[in-house]
Write a protein that binds this ligand. Structure first.
Ligand SMILES: [Fe+2]
Length: 173
């Protein structure tokens, strides 16, 4: 039996890359498809020049295939380790509260939470999610230390958290 490594957001990305998912669909910023590319998407104009959606008039409007303030849940967002880990935890009944799961689901959605785009598509409920995503962001990119932690000393602390929120057995398949 193979035991899935305990999930962390980027650990999920590494595992996806290991199983031959191309780099572009496991890490990097996520963005909405089905409407005009947001200005804040990093490397957007260069990345999207070969994407047929760029030239499809149905998707080149402010709202594209969406209605105003339809909410994050209705948006089709580019595939990434965010969505993979969110679906993995949700379908395995992880005990992480909904706001924590949404924090995982949207943490790479930088054009939204850092760029300020897509506010014409999000709604009031999403403002609450935004607060938690921004809280998580303090510990995301560019916050890693060069100091290698003492894994053995830290393990009991993290093991308790794992047992509480991701009970033993759900990660085995
Ligand atoms: Fe991540």
């Amino acid at each position: 039996m193979y035991t899935f490594p305990r999930p962390g957001t980027h650990v999920a990305a590494h595992v996806m890359a290991f199983y031959n998912e191309p780099q572009w669909c496991v890490v990097g910023d996520t963005f909405v498809v089905g409407c005009k590319w947001a200005d804040s998407i990093v490397y957007g104009p260069e990345s999207f020049k070969d994407n047929p959606d760029t030239y499809n008039p149905k998707y080149n409007t402010k709202y594209g295939m969406y209605s105003p303030h339809c909410g994050l849940e209705k948006l089709l967002i580019s595939w990434s380790h965010d969505e993979y880990l969110y679906q993995f935890l949700k379908h395995n009944n992880a005990k992480i509260p909904e706001k924590g799961l949404l924090m995982i689901r949207y943490h790479s959605f930088y054009p939204w939470h850092a760029g300020g785009d897509y506010r014409h598509l999000t709604n009031e409920k999403d403002e609450e999610t935004l607060k938690w995503v921004l809280e998580f962001n303090k510990y995301d990119l560019y916050t890693k230390s060069e100091h290698v932690p003492d894994i053995k000393a830290l393990w009991p602390y993290y093991e308790n958290l794992i047992e509480k929120y991701i009970p033993c057995g759900i990660c085995e398949f």
